[in-house]
Design a protein around this ligand. Structure first.
Ligand SMILES: Cc1ncc(COP(=O)(O)O)c(C=O)c1O
Length: 437
């Protein structure tokens, strides 16, 4: 059995307990596959990131990155913590506003924001991190048409290498995001904007990648962003109010992965900001951080029922569960590791080797390979750990599998926050054209 984090425990029946609720009972009551999110753990994770920065710098703004999981109940929890919202689509912004996040406390990022999405953001005074020269022109013309001043920053590409999966490394020069710093495009963007009448330039933004377990890249990012802050002040006399370092703090998915503490990240970033502010006599900016994964990943598990097992002489036994790459695509997409145990045999010894497969018609449909579990049989309950970030948010309906339900637990209470999809949900938007009827 794995060393459980403090928001988990076990009970005398030998079951896993999350947020005070017995996982086996949750599966019986709500069915499987089932995402379970522990509200208290999310709150603790958010507060830890917030305090890591706030204890070191006087003005801090932490925005929860909705892309990790934009369920309304999750957004509401974050809003009740007074977190800002980092959004990357008009609908994520709608979610944030719907749960009561003020537009001024939302930040809109992304390399393709449509004109209607931009108009929605400008109307609501959202800070927009512009990602291209063409987008800057679109923002300026929408703001002029609707008679508002758009609050903007620029996403810059600082060319920082991060030790993570290439699909989630976003700060390299060749990535699609941001204005190139090396060639002077980033400065050119500030110059152009400084002459525009319908934008107010208040921020600089970068996000170097996700699932980063090493503090070094954050320090490099801070050095590069602060050098630009100095240059922007010198060249265009703009005092940037917000310096936004994106998200990216990784979580230890494997039992022996190192932990990157938010305090380590805050310490390195703040040290750089402080030094440059003092040396160059700058007005103190607000430090912005946009965590997603580190808030919700370890607050959630996926429960999946074992349907069948199949021996392969000389190889790990296949165990097929009712959740696969439809419910959690990270193992198939990134080769990501998620720890797996049996929730109903959590105290038993893991002694046999298994490959854990989903129900889909693809060989890539697995949740884990070569994992040790107790003797496993149909009806057992698998628990997949650390699935809160980019789990349900990236789920799909491959082979017409309905998306799982999600339940929120809080000190023993449990309530559905996302219903299980039904057959009607799966086919609701399909239509058979007239000529086939
Ligand atoms: C712009 C931006 N901000 C914040 C995040 C959140 O990152 P993480 O979940 O790694 O904290 C992302 C994730 O890709 C992002 O692209």
């Amino acid at each position: 059995m794995l060393m459980l984090k403090p928001h988990f425990s076990t009970n005398p029946q030998g079951h896993l307990v999350i947020g005070g609720a017995d996982a086996v009972e949750l599966a019986e009551r709500f069915g499987t596959p089932l995402y379970v999110v522990d509200e208290q753990r999310m709150r603790e994770n958010y507060r830890r990131v917030y305090h890591a920065f706030a204890e070191r710098w006087p003005s801090v703004f932490v925005c929860y990155a909705l892309k990790a999981n934009s369920n309304l109940a999750i957004c509401k929890i974050m809003q009740s913590e007074n977190a800002g919202a980092e959004v990357s689509s008009g609908n994520e912004l709608r979610n944030a506003l719907n749960v009561g996040v003020p537009g001024e406390r939302a930040i809109f990022n992304g390399n393709h924001k449509s004109p209607p999405e931009l108009e929605y953001a400008i109307t609501n005074n959202v800070l927009i991190n512009v990602d291209s020269f063409q987008e800057l022109n679109v923002v300026e013309s929408i703001a002029s048409r609707i008679g508002k001043k758009a609050r903007i920053g620029f996403r810059v590409n600082p060319d920082v290498e991060t030790p993570t999966h290439p699909y989630i490394a976003t700060g390299l020069r060749e990535s699609k995001f941001g204005f190139d710093v090396a060639s002077g495009q980033a400065l050119e963007a500030y110059k152009l904007a400084s002459k525009m009448t319908n934008v107010e330039v208040v921020a600089i933004h970068a996000h170097i990648g996700s699932q980063i377990l090493d503090v070094g890249p954050f320090e490099e990012e801070a050095e590069k962003l602060m050098a630009l802050v100095v240059e922007i002040k010198k060249s265009f006399n703009i005092n940037l109010q917000f310096v936004d370092f994106g998200g990216g703090i990784g979580v230890p998915y494997k039992p022996d992965d190192p932990e990157l503490k938010p305090e380590q990240v805050a310490e390195r970033i703040v040290t750089v900001v402080k030094r440059v502010v003092e040396e160059k006599n700058l007005t103190k900016p607000t430090i912005v951080f946009e965590p997603g994964r580190s808030i919700i990943a370890d607050a959630s598990v996926l429960l999946a029922r074992v349907g069948y097992t199949k021996e392969r002489p000389g190889m790990p036994t296949w165990v097929a569960v009712d959740a696969g790459m439809n419910a959690l695509i990270r193992p198939a997409l990134y080769g990501a590791y998620h720890h797996i145990e049996l929730a109903n045999k959590i105290l038993e010894k893991n002694e046999k080797l298994f490959n854990v497969a989903g129900p889909l018609c693809e060989s890539g449909d697995f949740l884990g390979k070569e994992r040790k579990l107790p003797a496993t049989e149909p009806g057992d309950l698998a628990v997949i750990f650390d699935v809160g970030a980019y789990g349900l948010a990236v789920s799909n309906q491959h082979t017409a599998q309905p998306r799982p339900a999600m339940v929120l637990v809080n000190r023993g209470k449990a309530e559905i926050v996302r219903k299980r999809e039904s057959y009607e949900d799966l086919t609701r938007l399909d239509q058979i054209p007239g000529w086939l009827k």
